[in-house]
Ligand binder design. Sequence first.
Ligand SMILES: CC(C)(COP(=O)(O)OP(=O)(O)OC[C@H]1O[C@@H](n2cnc3c(N)ncnc32)[C@H](O)[C@@H]1OP(=O)(O)O)[C@@H](O)C(=O)NCCC(=O)NCCS
Length: 194
Amino acid sequence: MLDIKLETKRLILRKPKNSDWKDLLEGVGEYDVAKMLLRVPYPYKKEDAKKFVNKVIKEWKQKEPANILFFIELKSEKKVIGAIGIHKIDKFSGVGTTGSWINKKYWRNGYMTEAKIAVNDFAFNKLGLIRLTSKVFKENKASNATQSKMGYKLEGLMRKVARSLASGRLHDEYVYGLLKEDWKKVKPKFKSFL
Ligand SMILES: CC(C)(COP(=O)(O)OP(=O)(O)OC[C@H]1O[C@@H](n2cnc3c(N)ncnc32)[C@H](O)[C@@H]1OP(=O)(O)O)[C@@H](O)C(=O)NCCC(=O)NCCS
């Protein structure tokens, strides 16, 4: 069973608890969040949130999970304000894919930047990965900007490749990659977060 907890100045990245469903419902139940994600139904219901929390709790019980999804707790409010995951973990190749969201009420406070710093360090220094991939809908300004800010390199555009369940819309997606050596170079820029 995995028991990893990452701590930053303002956040705790941890496995979910059953009671987190309410915060999940508030965060992902917002259309502006759901429409940028792949498989979130809209409207998002209490049952959807509870089912999802259970699924993630089960994943955390696996010995070698292919997905590690951290719930992001804001220390000052003891509230889950987002999630960030490393998915499709392939230890043999040393790669994984990231995905994330933050509750709309908390956008633009640097929380995703702070969470990504912790997750990049964890992926490269603890999990032993050498590359993280991130796929972002072409029109998602905030997320595309976040990837560039974190040192991800734009590697291509996949056309009409992903449909959002919430909006029903088919999207083009940008593909980004962050190598361990890219992260080493970029990390000092985030001194104020450490
Ligand atoms: C993308 C998302 C996670 C960013 O979270 P956040 O906590 O607001 O991000 P941060 O405050 O750390 O900002 C990181 C950078 O993103 C960019 N950014 C964030 N919001 C932006 C916006 N609305 N417009 C343009 N750029 C934006 C900025 O460059 C920012 O850095 P800066 O403040 O130093 O300029 C959040 O907007 C979100 O949850 N969106 C909906 C779900 C989603 O898109 N998930 C990602 C799917 S790929």
